[in-house]
Design a protein. Sequence first.
Lengths: 411, 411
Amino acid sequence: MSEFLRLLPPKEALEIWLDNLPDSSPFLQPLLVENSLGRILAEDIRAKEPLPAFDRSTVDGFAVHASDTFGASESLPAYLNLADEIPMGHPAQQPLSIHSAAPIHTGGMLPSGADAVVMLEYTQTTGTGELEVLRPVAPLENILKTGEDVKPGQLILSKGKRIRPEEIGGFSALGIQQINCFAQPRVGILSSGDEVVPPDQTPRPGQVRDINSFSLAALVENFGGIPVRHGILPDREEIFLGRLQEVLEHSDFVIITAGSSASSRDLTARVIQQMGDPGVLVHGVNIKPGKPTILAVCNGKPIIGLPGNPVSAMVIARLFAVPVIHKLAGLKKPAIPASIPASLTINLPSQAGREDWIPVKLVSSPQGWIAEPIFFKSNLIFSLVQADGVICIPPESNGLPGGDLVNVVIL
Amino acid sequence: MSEFLRLLPPKEALEIWLDNLPDSSPFLQPLLVENSLGRILAEDIRAKEPLPAFDRSTVDGFAVHASDTFGASESLPAYLNLADEIPMGHPAQQPLSIHSAAPIHTGGMLPSGADAVVMLEYTQTTGTGELEVLRPVAPLENILKTGEDVKPGQLILSKGKRIRPEEIGGFSALGIQQINCFAQPRVGILSSGDEVVPPDQTPRPGQVRDINSFSLAALVENFGGIPVRHGILPDREEIFLGRLQEVLEHSDFVIITAGSSASSRDLTARVIQQMGDPGVLVHGVNIKPGKPTILAVCNGKPIIGLPGNPVSAMVIARLFAVPVIHKLAGLKKPAIPASIPASLTINLPSQAGREDWIPVKLVSSPQGWIAEPIFFKSNLIFSLVQADGVICIPPESNGLPGGDLVNVVIL
């Protein structure tokens, strides 16, 4: 399994990988709603009760029988008897008699018999216990009907939905305090390369500190996985094999970054291939940075071999590892990547047939956002630190002209 | 301080509020880099060493004296003596002699004397200990110079920057393991309204469950604050006053949602006004939903009074509370909101002079994203639960035509 027998287009490579993942359901985890932010719902939720639970006024004014106001005008008002005010948080003491109007606040509960609310500004009190209504209201005007937001039995949230603050509000509205979420996938992270040492060690000449284990762990955390760092492997097949086997057993997904040399990348592919069927599915993607990417599934578990260069590793992890984390987490609808349209400052040439990703700085201008490409080598981590986002030059294009409106994916 | 003496444009309202916040610096908190994801850096970081720390090869090939290859071609190769291979993670045993070539891997350390690397594919080994070089290389070709990414003393990250996976990678590269971050702001959250009961309670007729405390706590968490829920206040000034005073003492920022009635909103403004100078700065914003918004600063601490309707509360919290959380957290550059361009399905009329925010569903199509507006009443939380994002109709417009490309802010 040597490198780059055939470079696959990124889209096709990702599809092959995802298609080879088994449809296993992650474990369920019961959670208090208030602790469920960002988690994936593992059950369909149906409402047990209507929302609102009673007819409510949407304005400040007077609850009336709509028919009592028909024909009312400023010159010929309808005269209604003032009933008792409806207190907030309580039902009316009695049904609303005909030819009567009960003062009501926004959110107040309509008395039985009432079918509309006249807004305060279209009324006048006379001081004699009577109310002048200066405009007619139609039945149902200015009220929220029982069940208008949600009906009993209605499916309100589906399995596989990510829980945002909005969903937490919805659960609270219905009195739902505990839900089943999917367990978060455990993502094992391994670095390799004879030249790589942990960041707490002072590198000797020829050595570099491990960057990828830490940046990738943070990326995994950001996108809903539980990262577990498993250290650095030397480029020795027998050690690598045993260690990867062990890590794979304890993980739902394994991310390996190779050392920067081609021999280290070849070793990584060779070792992954021995982890089980179907093994390495993709070795080499037509993308820059990140050509030497390895995508594998071994005994039902995904493994990705990332290039060792820190910029390549991060770009490829966002494009390939994040969708797999989302799939393993039970997310149904793929997340929409945060992005912003911006005007490109300069021409960006690229090679047709290859997908290119370029880090950019975003600068605000009176005409909107401006994207300034950062000239980078994929081994310079600080070109990504400076970047606000990345832009894609698609394979079918041989570059983007300066002044073009591009879509910047926010980092 | 009665409602809506003057409705301010949203942008102006936010500016007034932010301008009245004192420039206090949040507390410092030393953190391990691996625990700092999403936090705000509280110090300028300068590199103590160069990156890379030594001249590295960017390709697989042979380290050479560039001048030894000048004039080389396929028909007239340069012949060089093969030196020992440079092992990954180690320096060469000896300087590279003139007319010699040392095998080197990508990421390997250049031997002293060498100033370029010839790519493997432009060479041929002869079997007699000699190397044929088929193309010339220029000095510095295919190498990363010491300090090319970062120079010693260089400012690499500034105070006020949010830490992403990329920054964590940068710290690791430099061996930085602990940094000072700003403490996260504590955000006190209070609900009010005589009709509001906690979600674990079954509402009696006329009562509704507290939605806002929970959805807002999740929003605060999402945007880097530490939410603390302080329960529900009745619409009684003497209780409200004492409780708010207490909460304000223990918080960096207080979010109050009023009951849904106008009298509950008036009470909220009256109570806030008594918390200290300058008090209520804005009462009423020209926006829909969310007109009755109250913005205040009392004794140096911001307070926001949100409308009680759950949709209004969430929309206004995103527009006003989030920038204040970011300011209190020490974030220097405002966050770029995640958004996506989409084609609007239908005409959306609006009132000129007012800023409107409409929840939309996003549907993927071969032509790109499509935004389907959700018809909502601001008291229906499930209109937000269904939404993928919101779009803005700016004050200077009286609507958006169907087919227009709009910017959907992702929820």
